[in-house]
Design a protein around this ligand. Structure first.
Ligand code: SAH
Ligand code: SF4
Length: 424
C-alpha cells in the first residue's frame, strides 16, 4: 500500500512520518486494526513527535511489534551533525533514510526576512522592535525585583513566556537550477525530497529545541537547498502536513522560488498557501540570464505576470529577493530598473548581501552601494529591507548550504551536544 503512496525510493517506503490521517487509517486497517488506532498514531507522530514506534505507548506492545516487524519506522530525518554560529544560528546536516543528506537551519529570533510582508511573523518582528525599545516598561516594573536584562542574550519574547524562531528547510537534495552565485547549485540535483522528509526536518528541529507548538512562535521558510517549485507536489503536501498535523499556520510560512512560471500560477490556486518570495536578483533579463540562466526559460515579464495572479490577502505583500552582487546588479541604474519593474505591484524587496562561497567568482557589494540601493527604493515608496545574514561563519546563510561534509576547513564544524538549547 505504501508503494502506491510514496512511489519513490525503496528506503522511504515504510516511513510513517509523512502519511496523512487517511493513509494511516488504510495502513492500520490493512493490519486488521480499528480506525481509532489511526488517530492515536497520528497524535503520536505529529503532536507528541515520537521518533520511534516503540514510543507509541498508547499501542499495545503486540501492535508496535507488528508494525516494526512489517518494516515500518517513524522515519524522521536524523540530525547527524550540527554547527552553531556566534549569532545563535544552528546548521544541521540531516540524514535521510537512503543515506542522502540535506541541510536545515534554525535561526533564533527569525532572520528578518518576513519584515513588511504582512505575515504574522512580520507583525511580530515589529512588535519586538517596539518591545526592545521599551523594555523598561515591564522588566523594571515596581516590585518585580528584576534588573534590566540584556535582551541581546535572552531574547525579548522569552520574558513573555515564549520563544520565537525561524526554521529554514530544504526541498531537494541539491538543486537543478544552476544560479551562478549559489553554492547549492554546485551539487547538481540528486533527488526530490518526499513530503515526509520536508516536514520531517521541521519535526526533528522542533524536537531538538523542545518547542511547544501553540506556545512558541515558529516561522518556516522554504529557502534551504533546492527549488521547492520543482518538487511541487511534495512541497504542497508538506505544507498540508505542517499546517494540519504539526500545527504551524501557513501565515507563518514563506516559500521562495527562483521563478518556475507554471508553478507560480498553480500556487495561486492553492487553498493552503504560504507567502511567496520571488528571487528576482537582477533588474533586467540580460543580467538575470547571466546570473540565473533559468531566465532563458521564463523571463522577468512572464514571472511578474504570473505573480500578479496571486490573490493577495488584505495585508499581504509579495517579497522580491534581490541578492546584491558587487558591480553586477548593485548600482543606481539597477535600483531604478527594479522600481520600474515592480511599479503597481504590492511588493517589498529583501536585499541580500551576497554570501561568498568557495569557487564562486562574485564579490560582495560595497556597503555604501547597498545603502544607496536601499535608500533609492525606499525614497520611491518601495519597502526595502536588508536581510541580516545569519550564520555566515558556519556556512548557514542564504545560498551557502551545500552539505557540511563537503565544506572547506574555513567553515568550522562544531559538533555540539544533541540536546543543547541555545539562548533564544
Ligand atoms: N531555490 C529557491 C530557494 C532557496 S535559495 C530560490 O532560489 O529562491 C534562497 C535565497 O537565497 C534565494 O533568494 C537566492 O537567490 C538566495 N541566494 C542564493 N545564493 C546566495 C548567496 N550566495 N548569497 C546570498 N543569497 C543567496
Ligand atoms: Fe537552486 Fe535557489 Fe540556489 Fe538557484 S538560488 S541554485 S534555485 S537553491
Amino acid at each position: 500500500m505504501l508503494n502506491k503512496i510514496n512511489g519513490m525510493n525503496p528506503e522511504a517506503q515504510r516511513q510513517i512520518f509523512g502519511l496523512t490521517p487517511a493513509e494511516l487509517k488504510t495502513l492500520l486497517e490493512e493490519l486488521g486494526q480499528k480506525p481509532y488506532r489511526a488517530n492515536q498514531l497520528c497524535q503520536a507522530i505529529y503532536n507528541q513527535r515520537v521518533t520511534s514506534i516503540e514510543e507509541v505507548t498508547v499501542f499495545p506492545s503486540s501492535l508496535r511489534e507488528q508494525l516494526i516487524e512489517a518494516g515500518y519506522r517513524v522515519g524522521l530525518p536524523e540530525i547527524v551533525q550540527a554547527a552553531r554560529s556566534v549569532d545563535g544560528t544552528e546548521r544541521y546536516l540531516m540524514r535521510l533514510a537512503d543515506g542522502e543528506t540535506v541541510e536545515t537551519v534554525w535561526m533564533p529570533d527569525g532572520d528578518g526576512g518576513e519584515r513588511g510582508d504582512g505575515s504574522d511573523a512580520s507583525l511580530e518582528e515589529e512588535a519586538v522592535d517596539g518591545l526592545e525599545g521599551n523594555v523598561s516598561e515591564f522588566a523594571d516594573a515596581p516590585g518585580s525585583g528584576r534588573s534590566k536584562p540584556d535582551l541581546r542574550n535572552v531574547g525579548a519574547l522569552e520574558l513573555k513566556g515564549y520563544r520565537r524562531a525561524t526554521i529554514c528547510i530544504s526541498s531537494q537534495v541539491g538543486c537543478a537550477v544552476n544560479c551562478q552565485f549559489c553554492l547549492t547549485a554546485k551539487l547538481g540535483i540528486k533527488r526530490n525530497l518526499t513530503a515526509g522528509e520536508i516536514a520531517g526536518q521541521v519535526a526533528a528541529v522542533l524536537n531538538r529545541h523542545k518547542i511547544k507548538i501553540g506556545k512558541d512562535r515558529i516561522n518556516l521558510v522554504f529557502m534551504g537547498m533546492g527549488e521547492p517549485f520543482l518538487n511541487y507536489d511534495s512541497f504542497i503536501r508538506s505544507v498540508e502536513l505542517l499546517v494540519k498535523q504539526i500545527g504551524i499556520p501557513e501565515s507563518r510560512m514563506t516559500v521562495s522560488t527562483s521563478g518556475i512560471e507554471p508553478a507560480i500560477r498553480r500556487f495561486a490556486h492553492e487553498p493552503l498557501r504560504p507567502k511567496l518570495a520571488l528571487s528576482l536578483n537582477a533588474s533586467n533579463d540580460r543580467i538575470r540570464e547571466e546570473v540565473m540562466p533559468i531566465t532563458r526559460k521564463w523571463n522577468i515579464a512572464q514571472l511578474l505576470e504570473a505573480v500578479k495572479t496571486l490573490p493577495l490577502g488584505k495585508r499581504e505583500w509579495v517579497t522580491f529577493e534581490y541578492v546584491l552582487l558587487g558591480g553586477v546588479n548593485d548600482q543606481p541604474e539597477h535600483a531604478r530598473e527594479v522600481l520600474d519593474l515592480l511599479k503597481g505591484l504590492r511588493a517589498k524587496v529583501n536585499l541580500i548581501v551576497w554570501n561568498p562561497g568557495p569557487g564562486i567568482a562574485y564579490t560582495q557589494p560595497k556597503p555604501e552601494d547597498v545603502a544607496i540601493f536601499q535608500k533609492m527604493l525606499i525614497d520611491a515608496g518601495m519597502p526595502a529591507y536588508i536581510r541580516r545574514p545569519r550564520g555566515r561563519d558556519i556556512y548557514a546563510a542564504c545560498g551557502q548550504l551545500k552539505r557540511t561534509v563537503d565544506l572547506p576547513e574555513a567553515a568550522p564544524l562544531v559538533a555540539i551536544e544533541p540536546a543543547a538549547t541555545p539562548p533564544v
